[in-house]
Write a protein that binds this ligand. Structure first.
Ligand code: GLA
Length: 394
């Protein structure tokens, strides 16, 4: 991984001295959307955009953090509980406070943050900053934590401090991502399998460049509707703990117990878990062609039953789906804007990018960002070389 050229000089200018470096990647989800917080199945991959944290030790118990891309700064004492600010500093303060609350006594740190993951685009810049910060604060304090505990702790920070009731997918992927692979993760047992992605397929991420305001509140509302579904179905199916314990036939049979909206939310989740299983089998047997209809059905169900898509995402998926070399297209991430994921024949991906960009622009007047991504390695400490400190890193 290439250390961002500005990172070490910027740290030196803000704080002085030589920091340690950490990075954690964003992720893209191939299939299995909104299933993580219902204890279901997901199939994400870490991508080559990371959040970098340069960390220097302090002698007191103060945390100071600045970000290259965003205004404002964070400064608080680990002996007091930090307050939510409603901006990027919440991820840093939240992780520090959650680590302390879990009994890890931290040392003070100066943190300089450099983000490459596009913010607000459903590629999980929040998990990336959380995981990179947690790694930095632990190492800075000579502490260690297993990646599984680290992922769970970062999720808790986001749930409790930031107030977003996200599942485990993003933090887990940021910790466990593997180059060239997707993860097939069971979000209930947290068992996972690595699935090799065919080298002939590129992960092409198309950013709609819109982010509708509803995203956070609707996210929590969907989660509550799924919980209502489990509660109501549990009255008649006492053994169930989550929607994955319910079959589609059972859902249909007990439809009258649910209002129509909750019924459709449950139908989406139950069918999506099934699609993830099928997609996993397809990748394992090399039957990549089967992903096309699985991803198309996933998108349709997200749009019609789960209602987390939007006009721009639908247009982008429609355009991507009819290009040469496409193996599958759908929205990815929480929805209400952000990105689509397109699996594209490697030889066609440059042309795909040109055509989708032109067509999306014609249809919406918006110029999309399109990233051809590699499935990448999860979070790690990076040892800078001596010349990196001279500002010569490229
Ligand atoms: C966000 C959340 C994840 C997951 C996705 C939707 O990225 O952080 O936990 O629920 O949305 O699949």
């Amino acid at each position: 991984m290439q250390i961002p050229a500005t990172l070490l000089p910027a740290f030196a200018e803000s704080f002085g001295g030589r920091p340690r470096l950490f990075r954690a990647p964003g992720r893209v989800n191939l299939i299995g959307e909104h299933t993580d917080y219902t204890g279901g199945l997901v199939m994400p991959a870490a991508i080559h955009f990371s959040t970098w944290v340069a960390a220097g030790r302090r002698e007191d118990r103060t945390i100071r953090a600045v970000s290259e891309g965003f205004p404002g700064a964070l400064e608080f004492s680990l002996d007091l509980t930090p307050k939510r600010q409603g901006n990027w500093t919440d991820y840093v303060a939240g992780v520090a406070a959650t680590l302390e609350a879990a009994g890890h006594r931290l040392r003070g740190a100066n943190l300089f943050i450099h983000g490459e993951v596009p913010v607000g685009s459903g590629l999980s810049s929040s998990a990336a900053i959380e995981v990179a910060t947690a790694l930095a604060l632990l190492k800075n304090s000579d502490l260690f934590m297993e990646p599984m505990q680290l992922a769970l702790l970062c999720q808790r920070a986001e749930n409790e401090f930031v107030g977003m009731r996200c599942g485990i997918m993003d933090q887990f992927t940021s910790c466990y991502g593997r180059a060239g692979h997707a993860l097939l993760l069971d979000c209930r047992s947290l068992e996972f399998r690595l699935l090799a992605l065919p080298p002939k397929v590129h992960l092409v991420i198309c950013n709609t460049m819109v982010r509708h305001e509803l995203a956070a509140s609707e996210y929590n509302a969907r989660r509550a509707e799924c919980e209502e579904g489990v509660r109501k179905l549990g009255e008649i199916l006492p053994g169930i703990r989550a929607l994955r314990d319910v079959t589609l036939a059972q859902l249909q049979e007990h439809r009258s117990r649910l209002n129509d909206q909750v019924f459709r939310r449950c139908r989406y989740i139950i069918t999506e878990n099934d699609r993830v299983c099928q997609a996993g089998a397809a990748l394992q047997t090399g039957a990549v062609d089967e992903l096309y209809h699985l991803m198309a059905d996933s998108h349709r169900s997200l749009r019609d039953d789960y209602e987390v898509s939007c006009r721009e995402l639908d247009i982008m998926v429609e355009i991507g789906s009819r290009q040469r070399g496409i193996y599958g297209a759908r929205m990815t991430g929480g929805g209400f804007g952000g990105c689509t994921i397109n699996l594209v024949e490697a030889a066609e991906s440059a042309e795909f990018q040109r055509r989708v960009s032109a067509e999306y622009q014609r249809a919406t007047g918006l110029r999309p960002d399109i990233y051809v991504c590699e499935a990448s390695q999860g979070a790690e400490a990076i040892e800078p070389a001596a010349e990196d400190f001279k500002g010569g890193a490229q």
